[in-house]
Write a protein that binds this ligand. Structure first.
Ligand code: PRP
Ligand code: MG
Length: 212
């Protein structure tokens, strides 16, 4: 029998809401949190808990058939996969920020300066579009600390509540993109898998409609 494999974030902000969404679609997943793979008991679905950054490539390669990820990540990795639904949660922005005492003239501020980020590709495109030459310094996490430790003059990172910026004495200057969680799929699903996905989408649309 045909099955669908869905990849979701192993830990992090998307994880809980992704699992809640599946539950609200009537799908029971029996798993201990430490398991990296779990099966639904009442739907032909396996759930793979993966590192967020790895998920788009897994979907492109067909290791996972579908996945829940943030649009921000898709923009960064540019994998050849298809977005099928926007899910309306995990809304955030990818923005530039500088220390709050900086008298910020506009994005030209960053000319010749250093920017710390976990999103080098997206940032590179934004800077090119704005004709700014800056030095991009890639760090994987805790990006907001960079200006305080003299690593960079500014940062480019996700902003949700804004509390991380605030706590680190930074202010948002430029919005690069808005993001939310989306459901994506591999482009070469079998007919049977497409049918399973349609069933899932039918339930999902009903749940989303009920929320409005
Ligand atoms: C994320 C993101 C921002 C922060 C934004 O970091 O990288 O730093 O959340 O959320 P806020 O605006 O509500 O404060 P996360 O806490 O996931 O840690 P990491 O960057 O170290 O991985
Ligand atoms: Mg962070």
């Amino acid at each position: 029998m045909s099955k669908l494999k869905i990849a979701v974030q192993k830990s992090g902000r998307l994880n809980d809401e992704s699992i809640d969404l599946l539950k609200s679609c009537g799908i029971h997943i029996d798993n201990g949190k430490d398991q990296l793979k779990a099966s639904a008991s009442n739907f032909p679905l396996d759930v793979l808990y993966l590192r967020n950054g790895d998920i788009p490539q897994y979907v492109e390669d067909g290791v996972a058939d579908i996945a829940i990820v943030g649009e921000n990540l898709l923009e960064e990795t540019e994998n050849d996969i298809e977005t099928v639904r926007q899910l309306g949660f995990s809304k955030c922005k990818l923005s530039l920020a500088v220390p709050k005492e900086v008298d910020y003239p506009g994005v030209e501020f960053f000319e010749g300066k250093k920017i710390a980020t976990s999103y080098p590709n997206t940032l590179k495109k934004f800077l090119a579009k704005n004709k700014v030459n800056a030095d991009i310094h890639v760090i994987k996490g805790s990006v907001e600390i960079a200006p305080n430790i003299g690593l960079a003059e500014g940062i480019c990172d996700l902003v949700s509540s804004g509390s991380t910026l605030f706590k680190n004495g930074l202010k948002e200057t430029d919005l690069i993109l808005k993001s939310q969680a989306v459901l994506v799929k591999n482009k070469n699903l079998t007919v049977e898998q497409e049918e399973l996905l349609d069933t899932l989408l039918f339930r999902l649309d009903a749940v989303q409609k009920g929320k409005k």
